[in-house]
Design a binder for this molecule. Sequence first.
Ligand code: NDP
Length: 321
Amino acid sequence: MATHRTKMLIIGSGPAGYSAAIYGARAMMEPIVVQGLQPGGQLTITTDVENYPGFRDVVQGPWLMEEMKAQAEHVGTRMMWDTIVEVDLENGSPFRAVGDSGDEYIGDVLVIATGAQAKWLGVPGEQELGGKGVSACATCDGFFYRGKKVAVIGGGNTAVEEALYLTNHSDDVTLIHRRDELRAEKILQDRLLNHPKISVLWNKTVESFEAGDNGALSHVRLRDTQTGEDSDFGCDGAFVAIGHAPSTELFKGKLPMDDSGYLLVEAGTPKTSIPGVFAAGDVMDHTYRQAVTAAGTGCMAALDAERFLATLEVAEREAAE
Ligand code: NDP
């Protein structure tokens, strides 16, 4: 077990964590990024990114994250292949965190950039058939359904993008949505509704995922929200794409959160209720949740961290005099 000491400890390695690290390293805060279970975050399970500024052509999510990581390392960030399992915020700065590896991390400031994760429906069969037909990531698992019939559940940007992506592998894609209108952006809706390989089932909720004799998914049981009628929809793969929940389990009872678990910050800043602890990216933003906004709040966290450290140093100097 080792102890890693730094001025700036960052938990999470999406656009928010890496941006905080880039700014923090350039401000001589010698950041450590503890990368977590999914280094690079949600963009590593995305394909095309065409809304991150700076790239005229479409870029790939995993590539973009590799570049951000390389940039952060290039300016002096230390990356740790570890997952934080415990944090101690009670006594103020310096903050202590413990990794899955048993290593201890101590930072004068802490930036929480743990992001968000895909939500599940919580219906029978969903977890049991995980990896056997039910998935929450078309870009990860779509390939396995080459030439097969697939369904996507949800009506937001993620669901529509997943459905469009799946047409690379399947000629028979059905979007299942609980209402009669989509939440996704108009441009994505147009692409979906005009796509020859995609159909939409409106006003249907998923009641369960059912297995066939081979133990893999054979159909999805649906309920019509208008008539209450149940029906079975046969498919080989079903992709749940109903949004995300913030990864804040570690901070329960330690930092204020809203009802959905998003960390609360002072309006217009990344400051949590504990001086020296900042939150950036999807973990504190349930409204915008974009790579570019996450990067922006990561930058803000680093700038505020720098100010906090300067105040801390002045206070320590004064105390010593
Ligand atoms: P959203 O919250 O936008 O959409 C979730 C969808 O799932 C909604 O249509 C919702 O239905 C449906 N849903 C939620 N819970 C259930 C349930 N229990 N049963 C059935 N359906 C359910 O999440 P997204 O992940 O799509 O998007 C999150 C954010 O990320 C958004 O801000 C989005 O714009 C952004 N994003 C942007 C992308 C881009 O710009 N390229 C790509 C992907 C995401 P209902 O509509 O009825 O509430």
